[in-house]
Design a protein around this ligand. Structure first.
Ligand SMILES: C[S@@+](CC[C@H](N)C(=O)[O-])C[C@H]1O[C@@H](n2cnc3c(N)ncnc32)[C@H](O)[C@@H]1O
Length: 255
């Protein structure tokens, strides 16, 4: 039998479920996350369409939006594009496009299913002109902004494979593995992304990553063109990794 939490009952009600339907679900064995049952999920002030091809956007990721927004504002008018890798439902790209009206976004995903969900959400929020959605294994070099005045943002899979097996059933059995499993040490996809960035001439000015707070982040030392800083979430866990291009820090100091 499934015991529905209060917020789950409220969400079902808000999405038009009747008391009878909610009562029937609570005595069933169905463990499907309520967001997949309703086809909708909340992210900041957005209501996004979701399905089992995409990760249900997490509340932790809302802080990533704040970090990027602050960094864009602090950069003055320099940042006019953002590249988001692994867009899933489009949550990050849409939230950033709405918060930063002068910024255009290129968002990629390796899952066609995720891209079609993101496309529906981008369209719903009238952002088709400002968010370009592309299939890619991480970056597409030809689609990067020609100048270096852009940020790279990614919430890529970061759960080590051995921990993936231990995830709650409602996550492991319902959410896409492609969105969660980050390989042997959890950093395979993120490392691959940084390897793609390293040789670029037009490297992003800043890189903003969501990561697994319980694992060592020593691997970023190999990417010494950036100064790396761990940013904690509201529970004091190092959930974000922010890279700032060293040459830009030095240039600012010399001005
Ligand atoms: C953790 S989910 C994040 C989804 C969304 N950005 C969010 O924060 O809710 C990771 C996403 O990365 C995508 N992904 C995994 N490997 C990828 C790759 N090599 N290239 C592009 N996208 C990838 C998955 O399909 C999934 O949509």
């Amino acid at each position: 039998m499934r015991e529905l939490l209060v917020w789950e009952q409220n969400w079902l009600r808000q999405c038009g479920w009747s008391s009878e339907q909610i009562a029937a679900l609570s005595v069933s064995n169905d463990q499907t996350p309520v967001e997949y049952l309703t086809g909708r999920a909340r992210f900041i002030d957005l209501i996004l369409q979701v399905n089992r091809q995409v990760l249900i956007p997490r509340v932790e990721t809302e802080q990533l939006i704040e970090l990027v927004k602050q960094a864009v504002w602090q950069s003055g008018t320099t940042i006019n594009s953002i590249v988001e890798v692994g867009t899933g439902s489009g949550a990050i790209a849409i939230a950033l496009a709405r918060a930063l009206p002068s910024v255009t976004i290129v968002a990629t995903d390796i899952s066609e299913g995720a891209l079609s969900c993101a496309r529906a959400n981008v369209h719903h929020y009238f952002l088709d002109e400002r968010i370009k959605l592309l299939w890619a294994d991480l970056l597409i070099h030809s689609q990067l902004p020609p100048a270096d005045n852009y940020f790279l943002v990614a919430n890529l899979p970061y759960i080590p494979t051995r921990d993936y097996q231990k995830l709650d059933t409602c996550v492991r059995e319902y959410e896409p593995r492609l969105a969660l499993d980050g390989g042997a040490d959890g950093f395979e996809v993120i490392r691959h992304l940084l390897k793609q960035v390293a040789p670029l001439e037009n490297k992003p000015l800043g890189i903003f990553l969501e990561v697994d707070p319980s694992h060592s982040l020593d691997f970023v030392r190999d990417y010494s063109q950036y100064q790396w800083q761990k940013v904690t979430d509201e529970f004091g866990r190092g959930r974000f990794l922010v890279g700032t291009r060293i040459d830009k820090i030095d240039a600012n100091h010399n001005e």
